[in-house]
Design a protein around this ligand. Structure first.
Ligand code: HPA
Length: 277
């Protein structure tokens, strides 16, 4: 018999709480490929490898360290996921989003998601950052499929404002202060693990996407189901297939991600203390 999701998430939450000591995280941050700079800014940190946390799966992707970091960032208690789980790794939607379930049971009300993504808009050059204003779920799956547990949220969650308008306003203000250009755009989540064909990228453009990647959407859906407010950023690591002649490879994605990750870390550190808790 598989253990019900609520019970699995509760076991993970209890374990994290026991490890956290006096800490009581209010904001969670998920770091995408190569975007680990934020983690270095966390003070008095406790680090918990994913393999120790009940029902957390393993991060199998290069560039994704697998640990949860609990500590203080700009005067706010945070939980930082250094490395995330992806659908293309072969895990179920429920497995990859279990950390978000555990966060909701921990009382976390604000979630910052980050990812590396391909740019579908010529104006968004590799190395730039984008705020996700909305998404297209093209993963052919939904993490809420199956019986609904009302202790998490409603059967039919509203998706009108997945990415909080007020958080976007805060992020734009913070970006202005540090002289950072921060366009908004629509993120298309695909299951991967292949990068797209040029024809697929043209299709995505027609559908209204500005960036394409293989994560974030399931986590955002689950967070909204639990009433957590979401802010999300894409770090555009490359032009999507067909927008430039260059082939796309994971090593370049990590390298460009690291450079842009510094700017993203600076921005996130400014934003975290301003999220109304
Ligand atoms: N496509 C999908 N995912 C990605 C890309 C891309 O071009 N770059 C980084 N993640």
């Amino acid at each position: 018999m598989t253990i019900p999701l609520f019970d699995r998430a509760t076991e993970a939450q209890r374990f994290i709480m026991a490890e956290a000591g006096q800490r009581s995280p209010r904001v969670a941050i998920v770091l995408g490929s190569g975007l680990s700079d934020v983690a270095q800014a966390v003070r008095d940190a406790v680090e918990i490898p994913y393999q120790q946390i009940p029902h957390f799966v393993q991060s199998t992707v290069e560039g994704h360290a697998g640990k949860l970091i609990l500590g203080e960032c700009g005067g706010v208690e945070v939980a930082v996921m250094k490395g995330r789980f992806h659908f293309y790794e072969g895990y179920s939607m429920e497995e990859i989003t279990l950390p978000i379930r555990a966060f909701s049971l921990l009382g976390i009300r604000s979630l910052i998601l980050t990812n590396a993504a391909g740019s579908i808009d010529k104006r968004l050059a590799p190395g730039s950052l984008m705020i996700i204003s909305d998404h297209l779920n093209l993963m052919g799956e939904n993490p809420l499929l199956g019986p609904n547990d009302a202790r998490f949220g409603p059967r039919f969650p509203d998706m009108t404002e997945v990415y909080s308008d007020s958080y976007i306003a805060l992020a734009l203000e913070a970006a202005k202060e540090i002289g950072l250009e921060l366009p908004q755009g629509v993120y298309a989540g695909l299951r991967g693990p292949t990068y797209e064909t040029p024809a697929e990228v043209r299709m995505l453009r027609t559908l209204g996407a500005d960036a394409v990647g293989m994560s974030t959407v399931p986590e955002a859906i689950v967070a909204r189901h639990s009433g957590i407010s979401v802010l999300a950023f894409s770090c555009l690591t490359n032009y999507a297939a067909g927008l430039s002649d260059a082939a796309i490879n994971h090593e370049d994605v990590i390298e460009i991600g690291k450079a842009a990750g510094k700017k993203l870390a600076e921005l996130i550190l400014k934003i975290v203390p301003r999220l109304h808790l």
